[in-house]
Design a protein around this ligand. Structure first.
Ligand code: SF4
Length: 469
């Protein structure tokens, strides 16, 4: 009987995609997936170290596995991958007294997973491989994509920017560009297996320069992906504000399949704090960029990342974060309290001098403001009809589906009663008339209009209906 594996993922889209790659490798090695701890011969935890809280989740999970082992006698082989594995290496074994963990796998060594699992199974000692010097190639066709609608495609690994708060250059290594030919082959393969939306990933995705096509930058790559037949939507994460120029804005505006949404991580509204973070733009230049995007694409939505309580952040600096948030009118925001990360420049040079109580006060104020902004922006959509790419069946409400607009807003809607299986709707773009708005999502009903993706006699809900009909 085939051995079974379970992969658990913490953190960002990069980690989600790395987990898809590891799943593909294990499939190829003859394993089968499971979702049950008790059924798993191998448990892989793909960890995240971007914040304290994320790292703690790994140790909590390892504790659960140890309890499982003590209570049931079931002892799966445990591999820890991802950023904590890269950061801690052998120390991870010491931190857990050598128990539970059998394999420690660095972020650039995914390809070694099946080999290390086999070695660990034959040995009383754990296998550790965190060699940071690997290339960016990954065998095509080895990825087990889990999302039926969207496909992640990595275009750059690592980062050379060393923002003072960020652990990524230490855990993901220096910046390596993937060949354009590989990227396009990956995109074609994703489309051939039914994916409609391509999400291009990189730590600084808009720093891309094709190693195999001199002169091809990120805007050119977007154009090339836009031209792949079958690609309906393209998103990308994360662009850095300092590499976002007129060429990229024009590409997003002019390429029909590129979503009219930009994630522009600002991190703070104060130039003083931005300098301490080594972000290499100012509050003023960032707001100029926002104005340029608004002028080119009034319909585009923006989102951002924000950190509060960075070392040295005064109440005046924080007020500037609030005023920038009001000025930029983001449709969504990921906001965090600063926490020191190992090895970073900030942890070595800047005392973590904003107390926890004050960090909490600031994050509450920021999130309250952002919630009000989102509520106002979403309320404007009521009464309009928007194109929604359907990407999920609601788990909480039977007969309800959800998807996203080009601007990345979540829209929920009930499946019309006369229409068949919900699964047939996944990957369809449907017009939805918006009836209600909340701070985090919209609700509506399918509008009485022709639906993109449905042709001829095939009606909505007919499994397999659509482009091929
Ligand atoms: S640009 Fe800065 S925040 Fe982004 S991954 Fe690189 S070091 Fe981290």
């Amino acid at each position: 009987m085939a051995k079974k594996y379970l992969i658990e993922t913490f953190g960002c889209q990069m980690n989600v995609h790395d987990s898809e790659r590891m799943a593909g490798l294990l499939d190829q090695a003859g394993y089968e997936p499971t979702t049950d701890d008790l059924d798993a011969d191998v448990i892989v935890i793909n960890s995240c170290s971007v914040r304290d809280h994320a790292e703690e989740k790994l140790y909590t999970r390892l504790g659960e596995i140890r309890v499982l082992e003590e209570e049931t006698g079931h002892k799966p082989l445990v591999a820890v991958a991802g950023c904590v594995a890269q950061q801690e290496g052998e120390r991870l074994l010491k931190n857990t007294n050598g128990r539970v963990i059998d394999v420690v796998l660095g972020t650039q060594r995914l390809k070694m997973l099946p080999v290390l699992i086999e070695k660990a199974a034959q040995s009383p000692f754990a296998e550790v491989d965190i060699n940071p010097w690997d290339d960016v190639t990954f065998p095509l066709g080895m990825t087990r994509r889990t999302d039926p609608v969207k496909a992640y495609v990595t275009i750059i690994e690592g980062c050379n920017d060393y923002c003072t708060f960020c652990v990524v250059p230490y855990t993901r290594g220096h910046e390596r560009m993937r060949a354009k030919a590989d990227i396009l082959a990956d995109v074609r393969q994703a489309v051939d297996t039914g994916r409609k939306e391509i999400q291009l990933l990189g730590q600084i995705v808009n720093h891309y320069e094709a190693p195999d096509d001199p002169g091809c930058d990120f805007a050119d790559l977007l154009a090339a992906v836009n031209d792949v037949p079958g690609v309906e939507r393209i998103r990308f994460a994360s662009p850095h504000p300092r590499h976002t120029g007129a060429r990229l804005i024009e590409a997003v505006r002019d390429l029909p399949n590129v979503c009219k949404h930009m994630h522009l991580p600002v991190q703070s509204g104060s130039t003083t704090v931005l300098q301490a973070m080594r972000r290499r733009y100012t509050r003023e230049s960032y707001l100029d960029l926002v104005a340029a995007i608004r002028e080119a694409m009034p319909e585009a939505t923006l989102s951002t990342d924000m950190i509060v309580g960075f070392p040295g952040e005064t109440t005046g600096d924080f007020e500037e974060t609030l005023s920038l948030t009001e000025a930029a009118q983001y449709h969504s925001m990921f906001s965090f309290k600063y926490s020191e990360r190992p090895n970073t420049l900030a942890s070595r040079r800047l005392p973590d001098d904003v107390c926890e109580e004050e960090k909490t006060r600031r994050i509450v104020a920021l999130q309250r403001l952002q919630r009000d902004i989102q509520s106002r922006l979403h309320a404007r959509a009521v009464g309009t009809t928007v194109d929604v790419l359907v990407d999920a069946v609601s788990r909480r409400r039977e007969g309800e589906m959800s998807g996203r607009t080009s601007g990345n807003t979540v829209v929920n809607f009930p499946l019309p009663a006369h229409i068949g299986a919900p699964a047939g709707w996944l990957g369809r773009t449907v017009p939805v008339k918006i009836l209600r708005a909340g701070p985090n999502s919209l609700w509506g009903e399918v509008a009485e209009q022709p639906i993109r993706g449905w042709h001829g006699a095939c009606g909505p809900g007919t499994p397999g209906a659509g482009r091929s009909c």
